[in-house]
Ligand binder design. Structure first.
Ligand code: HEC
Length: 271
């Protein structure tokens, strides 16, 4: 039975495969996918190097602090960072007093609610509070940025490219797709999925943020620093993960060597 059915089943799968290829080929010839403005003009993230690239990469703490400063002074006007509590900032090298001060001075206050009177109120943030949500009245919805570098392909490079990618709409685009002019209230950015983003360019001038460590705050530098900071917010334990990975590999290697030696020992008198 198996001798008959085996080849039959095989033939069936081979035929199904051929058929699906055939259908695909016919479709390709018949209707080539229409070209669109996005297909022609969307760009992949720029090539950019970070200290945390690769299996040995680590965060550069001064860079994370600069990135946090950019977030605090610019991005936090519109974007929340809900997964991060102020006390987590100790990872960036701030001491307890500094963390306390950052929380206390944070522009958006923590919301309170008095269950006896029903009154809503506000109080200063404490290190245990998470970076609060902000009210945004403009066009579009600024997403929470805690995990954005995980939510986009090549996240850190994407954030960097998006922030440095604002430009005027190319004439070639308008020529080919006359009704694709960037709508009012949106801004042309070839790194954004649909080319027109509701976020106005947040980093526009060199020196917009004053760094305290002497680094020159060019637009490119600020974009890179905040991209690095947002990589940390998305995976604060990245360094630990990499270290654990190497320790596990080392252990497995040692265990394999031991197992091999044990095998040699046990079978040494069997020839
Ligand atoms: C004036 C408000 C405003 C400021 C300031 C601002 N953003 Fe945005 N951002 C937005 C809005 C609105 C969107 C949603 C855009 C859309 O969906 O078209 C957005 C979207 C984004 C996105 C998501 C893009 C995507 O792929 O979906 C990222 C990343 C981002 N902002 C990063 C930043 C960073 C980093 C800063 C600080 C340097 C910043 N933003 C400052 C309003 C702002």
């Amino acid at each position: 039975m198996v001798r008959i059915f085996g080849p039959l089943v095989g033939l069936f799968f081979a035929a199904a495969l051929l058929w699906s290829f055939g259908v695909g080929a016919v479709q390709l010839i018949r209707e080539p996918e229409p070209s669109t403005a996005v297909k022609d003009f969307h760009l992949p993230p720029k090539e950019v190097k970070f200290t945390f690239d690769g299996p040995f990469g680590t965060f550069d703490k001064p860079q994370l602090q600069r990135g946090f400063q950019v977030y605090k002074e610019v991005c936090s006007n519109c974007h929340s960072l809900k997964q991060i509590a102020f006390r987590n900032l100790a990872d960036l090298g701030y001491n307890d007093a500094e963390v306390k001060a950052i929380a206390k001075q944070w522009g958006t206050k923590a919301k309170t609610f008095d269950p006896k009177t029903g009154d809503a109120g506000e109080r200063d943030n404490t290190p245990a509070d998470h970076i609060p949500a902000v009210y945004y009245a403009g066009t579009g919805n600024p997403p929470d940025l805690s995990l954005i570098t995980k939510a986009r392909h090549e996240g850190p490079a994407y954030v960097y490219s998006l922030l440095t990618g604002y430009t005027t709409q190319p004439a070639a685009l308008l020529k080919k797709y006359p009704d694709s002019a960037t709508p009012d209230g949106l801004y042309y950015n070839p790194y954004f999925a649909n080319l027109n983003i509701a976020m106005p360019a947040p980093l526009t001038t060199d020196g917009q943020v004053t760094y305290t460590d002497g680094t020159k705050s060019t637009v490119g530098q600020m974009a890179k620093d905040v991209a690095a900071f947002l990589t940390w917010t998305a995976e604060p334990k990245m360094e630990k993960r990499k270290q654990t990975g190497w320790a596990v590999l080392g252990f497995l290697l040692a265990a394999t060597a031991l197992a091999y030696l044990a095998k040699r020992n046990i079978w040494s008198d069997m020839h």
